[in-house]
Ligand binder design. Sequence first.
Ligand code: ZN
Length: 360
Amino acid sequence: MLALLAIGVGEAPSRIEHVVMVSVDGLRPECIAAPIAASYPALTRLARGPHTLQARCDPQISVTLPNHIDMITGRTVAGDAGHGWIANDDPPSRKHGGTLHARNDGYVSSVFDVAHDQGLSTALICGKWKFVLFEQTYGEDAGGPDTLAPDNGRDKLDLFVCDPGPMSQADHTVTFLHDAALQGKRSVAFLHLPTPDFAGHANGWDLTDGSAYRKGVADADGVLARLLAAIEADASLRGKVAIVLTADHGGGVPRISHVDAEAPINFTIPFLVWLGRDGESFDLYQLNRDTRRQPAPSERFAADAPPPIRNGEIGNVALTILGLPAIPGSTANAAQDLRLQAPAQPVAETGASTSKTASP
Ligand SMILES: [Zn+2]
């Protein structure tokens, strides 16, 4: 009998039917490390899987809207195929250039395009109005044709909600997942949690116990706790929902902002992959030594080295988990080579002297 010795990372994630991408606006990774993490049970749970607290935001810019464009399109601001959107305020209307396509030579595809064209339900639930850029870019007036049969249409976002209230954000997300499951559809959702950033701009990125910022992170943690509880309470979702969490930027330089793209506390962010159940914590860089390089804590990236893990990889990570292809035109994790599980040990050949036998 052949013995397959898995090395503790569980089964392949193909049982996953839904992926919720989460961006916690302005989340400093210290909030997911001891001792602060003890205050945040949901964030702590989401670290029960492959993750790093040394991911990076966009190489050029550490503000909200450009970094969310990175996440949703898999591109960076500058460079080849850069999306070029540096503004961080509410976009102009669609007719006045307020789409990503209008700033580029051609159609700028997104994680929502790939998922929707493949028949999945899609949602963007956000807490800042500037995200209307995505509704303007991927709604029925500007979304691209679906060239895969059946035709699921040009409106790549089945649900777009802007609502900064933590409890209503959780409710919108849970309702979306329930509806998808009831319809027998797989789904991709993007959930943007704004409260840490609101608190940081009001009172600074103060990590001390009881600070406004810590309360803002607690509000985001509360949304995630409600989401996790709702998933577990529903047999049609339990074990089938992966959550991939990152941030657009950290914050604190200058004290009540995060605009200095050279400041480590602004560009250092977490990247967590929770594969539907609490697993073992793995360091994502250790799993990806051949393709990603962890910069020193003071570095945005190491020169002449493989790139760091970036928030812009999240869309292609979500698609990888669902077995879907990469976002057309993307450059961040475009090869979908960010490994989320340790490679299983090879199947031992019968009688081979190197084979091991699992303990009963
Ligand atoms: Zn901000």
